[in-house]
Design a protein. Structure first.
Length: 121
C-alpha cells in the first residue's frame, strides 16, 4: 500500500505533462461537481497520428496525481492505444484501495481523456 501512496504523492508533487498545449486540437474539461475536482485535457495530433497529451486542473491529491499518471502514459500514443486504456490500467498504478475508496477522483482524468479522444475522431 505504501508504494502506491508514494507513487501518487510523487505525481502530485511533481506532475508530468501538466500545462496547456499551444494550438491544441481538443481542449476538454471534466469535473466531479460533488467534490470540486477539475481536469482539463489538451490534445494535439502530430503528423504521424500520435497525440500529444497534457492537462491542467485543480482538486484533490488523487485526481491531480491520476491526471499526471494518465497523461504521462497516454502522451505519444495513437488514439486507439489511448482508448484501450481502462480502469485496470489505473488500478495497477494506484492500487485497489484507492480505486475502491476514491473511484471518481481516480478515474476523472482517464474518462475525460477518452472523451477528448473520441471527440477528435
Amino acid at each position: 500500500m505504501q508504494e502506491f501512496l508514494d507513487y501518487i504523492l510523487d505525481h502530485y508533487r511533481r506532475p508530468r505533462r501538466r500545462g496547456e498545449i499551444e494550438g491544441a486540437d481538443v481542449v476538454l474539461k471534466g469535473g466531479n461537481p460533488g467534490c470540486g475536482d477539475v481536469v482539463i485535457i489538451y490534445l494535439k495530433r502530430e503528423e504521424d497520428g500520435r497525440l500529444r497529451v497534457s492537462f491542467t486542473g485543480e482538486g484533490c491529491t488523487v485526481s491531480q496525481a491520476c491526471a499526471s499518471i494518465v497523461c504521462e502514459a497516454a502522451d505519444g500514443k495513437t488514439p486507439q492505444e489511448i482508448l484501450s486504456l481502462d480502469h485496470t490500467f489505473l488500478e495497477e498504478r494506484v492500487g485497489p484501495d484507492i480505486m475502491r475508496s476514491r473511484f471518481k477522483c481516480a478515474t476523472l482524468a482517464l474518462d475525460t481523456l477518452k472523451a477528448a479522444v473520441r471527440s477528435l475522431q
